[in-house]
Design a protein around this ligand. Structure first.
Ligand code: GLN
Ligand code: ZN
Length: 755
């Protein structure tokens, strides 16, 4: 039978056991021995789940206390020198790298490709050396073997490890570290060989990026070197096509290649042509990035074609590690039965892999019951009224070009808005949320659990709104917000009120370390049965004469932080969300809310892996935003907020969004990023964040003033707003008050300085 394998399993546990254990350990409630025991138990359980599903080769080394890249850093003895560890030996030190200590900030964290998983970025100096420094991998492989598990160790490959790291010395080219790195990988592989390991999986996902030529060129000698005295190597790629490197990959002296046929099915034809007779090809055919049931007949068609040429050299697998999907659908008791029948989580995906291997090896009759069940589910999905909403399609068909464009240009709008709001120069505002206190969280939880009546809950939220409005008035802020106390999460809040969304009980996915997210699931056409924010915003506006800013999450951010449909393009879903947000914007305007902010925190992270796909994405993403925002009068002021500091390569798209005001993160980069806005002649208003809300530190007036003066040097002063970097929900009231007081004082000072 075609061999089945898995590339990685979620480590967090079906009930987030790892998260809970880590957090208890960090706050001193759990000792190290107990933590170690919980990790061991989780590994054993996850290996057993995979074995019982019938997976032949099971990953080992995919467990991590915090992150898989950090695990590699530790294995390679490459902990940043600044921590001063002479060799890293303790778990405590491992967590210091991840979380910082009294002297050193944590290693930097960034997104793992286009997923919502974050890895710890390796730091490279001229003096960086690598040494096989830890035995964790060999210990875990031994653990699996002792349990009778056919373990396939998983490593991040040397090119990916270096490419995803960061040079901390000017002039250092991290590719030049490769000769120092290869010997350590060779030692690792030799040791695994000695442990009796037959196959090792080496992940090189960077091959799916637009990898510079010199990096691609390094493949051949790297793998020529690694493949001696080593177990058989399965070189794994995923998240996009590697067809540009097909010939180079086929020529490598490795025993097998894994390619992602979910994201890039066209690769099958290219790889199968003259595929070397001494290699296996692993087909990543079950989607490791989404939660939908596999279309078994369609997958079989692809596999059957490959099988003709490859025979037993065809392996069957998920497209990538299952780290990015929840553990087990069987735990979900609250989902609509029909919608649930369309889904598969990690545990179910393993069964699909095994079923497909049986089907391709023994014929479709061998898996007749599974095919019948899948077909029934797929069919129910095709015709389901849960999925189709005619009215949504009618509204989309009725869209006119004028609906995606404000009726007059910015210069004219801003004059009308100025007439309307009469804001001072350097207007002050905040990004939306105020501290989410324990009282707020318990009121929300109480309401959800039915312990608080709707009336009691409304009273509690209104009291909170009252409090933040009074505070803002006292501080002298110009454009107020209601504080977002009613929101647990900026996507969930909207998803729960929109049609077409489902929510799980345990659908957690690791985001970083112990942090997990539970993305909503978009299963059908999206519509807005009733206004979502109007009541809160109007109540807030009724308490003040200052303008109250309505606060919404944008279509791309809602899309990006949800599991999305795979039966229609992402762009189509984005458009549906855009129409729902547009209706909300119009309702807010009608209710007298004259300033409305639409957050697009995730616009940048939605960028596709390959540059060639950027333009198309930006096109529909910007269109979705514009449709959300263009249904209002000139006098209604649209704000947007984005919390990251890399805009240079997408500035034309940001400008095309045509928000009247954009607030962005700039304080940590010392306003450097504004240079790009200047060079681009960004036309509309900008609020460059003047203080970093990620830290409890209260910035002084001098600091903020210095930043604003830097901003004034590059942006015309009449275009500038004064605001923090992001929402304040994670902060405490005392520091927020002190920081905002300073911020308002800075705006006053600036107003008094002659232009
Ligand atoms: N309005 C949101 C808030 O203030 C924005 C959050 C974000 O950008 N991540 O919390
Ligand atoms: Zn933000």
């Amino acid at each position: 039978m075609a061999i089945t394998h898995n590339l990685g399993f979620p480590r967090i546990g079906a009930q987030r056991e790892l998260k809970k254990a880590l957090e208890s350990y960090w706050n001193g409630q759990l000792d190290e021995a107990s933590l170690l025991a919980i990790g061991k138990e989780l590994r054993a359980r996850h290996w057993a789940v995979q074995r019982d599903a019938g997976i032949a080769l099971i990953p080992a080394g995919d467990f991590a206390w915090y992150d898989q890249m950090l695990n590699m850093t530790v294995l390679l003895g490459a902990a940043p020198e600044r921590f001063g560890f002479t060799g890293l030996s303790t778990l405590e030190q491992y967590f210091q790298l991840a979380r910082g200590n009294a002297q050193q900030p944590a290693m930097e964290m960034t997104k793992w490709f286009d997923t919502n998983y974050h890895y710890l970025v390796p730091e490279f100096l001229n003096s960086t050396e690598f040494n096989l420094n830890s035995t964790w991998l060999f210990d875990e492989v031994g653990e699996a073997q002792a349990l009778g598990i056919n373990a396939k160790p998983v490593l991040i490959g040397p090119l990916t490890y270096l490419y995803l790291g960061k040079e901390k010395h000017a002039g250092l080219n991290r590719l030049n570290l490769l000769p120092k790195l290869i010997p350590v990988y060779k030692q690792i592989l030799e040791r695994l060989n000695a442990q009796g390991v037959e196959w090792v999986q080496i992940d090189e996902p960077v091959l799916a990026l637009d990898l510079p030529q010199e990096w691609v060129a390094a493949l051949a000698h790297t793998y020529a070197s690694l493949s001696q005295d080593a177990p058989k190597i399965l070189l794994a790629t995923y998240f996009d096509s590697v067809e540009d490197h097909a010939e180079a990959l086929k020529a490598l002296p490795v025993a097998g290649l894994h390619i992602d046929l979910v994201r890039a099915p066209q690769q099958a034809d290219i790889f199968i042509r003259d595929f070397p007779v001494d290699k296996i090809l692993s087909a990543g055919i079950v989607d490791g990035r989404n939660i939908w049931l596999n279309n078994l007949p369609a997958s079989l068609s692809i596999l059957e074609e490959l099988h003709i040429t490859l025979g037993d050299r065809l392996w069957v697998a998920p497209s990538c590690s299952l780290l990015h999907v929840p553990v087990d659908l069987a735990q979900e008791t609250g989902l609509d039965k029909t919608v649930k029948s369309w889904m598969a989580f990690a545990t179910q995906k393993l069964e699909e892999v095994v079923t497909l291997a049986q089907g391709v090896s023994h014929g479709r009759e061998a898996i007749a019951p599974q095919l019948a069940k899948t077909n029934a589910a797929l069919e129910s999905r095709v015709y389901s009224p849960l999925r189709h909403d005619r009215e949504v399609h009618q509204r989309i068909a009725a869209l006119k070009p004028a609906d995606e464009k404000r009726s007059t240009p910015f210069a004219q709008r801003i004059a009308a808005q100025q007439e309307q709001f009469k804001l001072p120069a350097f207007p002050t505002t905040t990004i939306g949320s105020f501290p989410q206190t324990a009282a707020i969280r318990s009121a929300r939880a109480g309401y959800k659990q039915g312990k608080l009546s709707e009336e009691q809950y409304r009273t509690a939220m209104q009291a909170e709104i009252h409090h933040v409005v009074a505070k803002q008035e006292e501080l002298g802020i110009d454009v107020l917000v209601h504080g977002e106390a009613e929101r647990n999460d900026m996507v969930e809040y909207f998803g729960e009120q929109l049609k077409g969304f489902a929510f799980t009980q345990y659908g957690w996915v690791q985001s970083y370390g112990s942090r997990c997210v539970k993305p909503p699931i978009i299963y059908g056409d999206i519509s807005r049965p009733h206004p979502m924010t109007v009541e809160w915003s109007c109540y807030a506006q009724s308490l003040t004469d200052k303008p109250m800013k309505g606060m919404l999450t944008g279509p791309i951010t809602i899309l990006q932080w949800s599991f999305v449909r795979n039966d229609i393009p992402r762009a189509a879903t984005a458009l549906q969300i855009a129409l729902a947000i547009r209706a909300e914007v119009q309702d807010l305007e009608r209710a007298g809310i004259g300033i409305i902010q639409i957050d697009e925190a995730a616009l940048r992270e939605g960028l596709p892996i390959k540059r060639q796909d950027w333009a198309h994405y930006l096109d529909w993403a910007v269109r979705a935003f514009r449709i959300s925002t263009s249904g209002v009068r000139d006098t209604t002021q649209i704000h947007t907020h984005m919390c990251y500091s890399e805009f240079n390569d997408i500035l034309p798209a940001i400008a095309a969004m045509d928000a009247d005001v954009i607030t962005i993160e700039t304080s940590r980069s010392d306003m450097e990023l504004l240079e790009a806005f200047r060079a681009f002649h960004y036309p509309n208003d900008i609020g460059p964040g003047v203080y970093d809300i990620h830290s409890p530190r209260v910035p002084s007036q001098e600091e903020m003033q210095r930043l604003m003066r830097k901003a004034c040097a590059v942006i015309p002063r009449e275009r500038l707003w004064v605001n923090p970097d992001c929402g304040l929900k994670t902060r405490g009231w005392p520091e927020v008050e002190a920081a905002l007081r300073n911020m308002v004082a800075v705006a006053h000072t600036l107003r008094n300085i002659a232009a």
